[in-house]
Design a protein around this ligand. Structure first.
Ligand code: NDP
Ligand code: PYC
Length: 333
């Protein structure tokens, strides 16, 4: 497997996206997010998405010249219109707005409408942790799961993420889909010809399957049964009812090159600990919980795996499978 530095991969991905029609800024920030996901061991939301985004740009499912802007705002709340572009510039604008507003109001909410796939949800919250605040992220995605009791996909896999900064350590990062696993993990398994565990997905006839391709043609199962399905419903409502974005069942699959502009939504909440019990109390409470958790030798902190992998990738580069690297080089040529 050829090894590449993160700098080289960033340049390659940005060039590939620009060639497909993205503005240089849209390409740059999208490349940063996808390479960071790959570096963090999130292959399902990393470099494999470049060809998908490039195809969406080429087929008009994404507006490559989009110019996201704040379209409504009142005190601690604002709405960003992604202008049907790739999601990353719009989400960066929304998160920046939420941080700035939370500094004065104590907490802020920024919604994003008319958007596209926002990758790994927690990536967007890094600036929030750097600002010493708590961040929450929500995103809906094209329908892949039924409502509880149903047989037709209505909700997306709808990730949620949270970051909690720590004074002298990396933040706690919690980031998960509301399906048993992200659908992207089926895409990676199908690509590599690997089976999937029972409990991840149903085939198109509603039977449990270990065939990743059959799972992609069928439906995902919610994480934790009815509870995951209810959380997925919550995310649809937060990301779409509040922002005007399209529900999962109104958006064509990201896994198809052709289809509609998904126009889905994202939402970010930022909370300043100083507005509540105060930074010192916040730090003490977090460290007390972390120390108690880590007292049990079987426990590790969420986010730790990603942070360690990212540090190693930064120093040593990433081993990218030869066919994937060749695909990126061809898209960038
Ligand atoms: P995972 O099941 O891989 O991980 C879920 C969470 O559990 C992570 O925070 C992980 O931390 C934590 N975790 C797992 N094992 C342990 C452990 N032993 N101890 C402590 N914490 C643990 O996530 P998913 O497959 O559900 O999602 C993967 C990614 O896909 C996410 O980044 C998500 O945002 C993204 N996604 C994006 C979608 C979109 O539409 N944009 C749709 C669906 C998913 P750690 O990372 O440290 O392992
Ligand atoms: O990985 O679950 C997923 C996903 C949904 C839409 C795009 N990726």
């Amino acid at each position: 497997m050829p090894r590449s530095s993160l700098v080289r991969l960033n340049a390659l991905v940005a060039t590939a996206l620009e060639r497909a029609g993205a503005t240089p800024e849209m390409a740059r920030i999208t490349a940063a997010a996808l390479v960071a996901a790959e570096a963090q061991g999130l292959g399902s939301h990393g470099l494999v998405r470049v060809a998908q985004y490039a195809a969406h740009l080429r087929h008009g499912r994404v507006n490559g010249q989009a110019s996201p802007r704040v379209v409504r705002a009142r005190a601690a709340a604002c709405l960003v219109d992604a202008d049907e572009g790739l999601a990353f510039p719009a989400c960066a604008l929304a998160v920046g707005e939420a941080i700035a507003r939370a500094r004065t109001t104590g907490a802020a909410f920024a919604g994003v409408t008319r958007s596209h796939h926002f990758g790994a949800a927690a990536w967007h919250l890094e600036p929030v942790a750097q600002a010493g605040m708590v961040g929450l992220a929500f995103g809906n995605s094209p329908a892949a799961m039924p409502a509880w009791g149903g047989r037709r996909a209505i909700f997306g896999t709808n990730p949620i993420a949270a970051v909690f900064p720590r004074r002298a350590a990396p933040p706690l990062v919690i980031d998960l889909s509301l399906s048993e696993v992200a659908r992207g993990k089926l895409m990676v398994a199908a690509r590599e010809g690997r089976p999937i565990p029972v409990g991840w997905a149903l085939d198109k006839d509603g039977n449990p399957t270990t065939d990743a391709k059959a799972g992609l043609d069928g439906m995902m199962l919610p994480a934790g049964g009815v509870k995951g399905a209810m959380l997925a419903l919550m995310v649809e409502l937060i990301c779409c009812a509040l922002t005007g974005a399209a529900f999962g069942f109104e958006a064509d699959s990201f896994f198809d090159d052709q289809g509609n502009r998904p126009r889905i939504g994202q939402a970010f909440m930022v909370i300043d600990p100083d507005a509540l019990a105060g930074g010192d109390v916040f730090d003490e409470r977090i460290e007390t919980l972390v120390a108690t958790m880590l007292h049990d030798p079987g426990v590790r902190l969420p986010g730790q795996r990603r942070i360690e992998l990212a540090r190693r990738a930064e120093a040593e580069g990433l081993d990218v499978p030869a066919p994937l690297l060749a695909q990126l080089e061809s898209l960038a040529a």
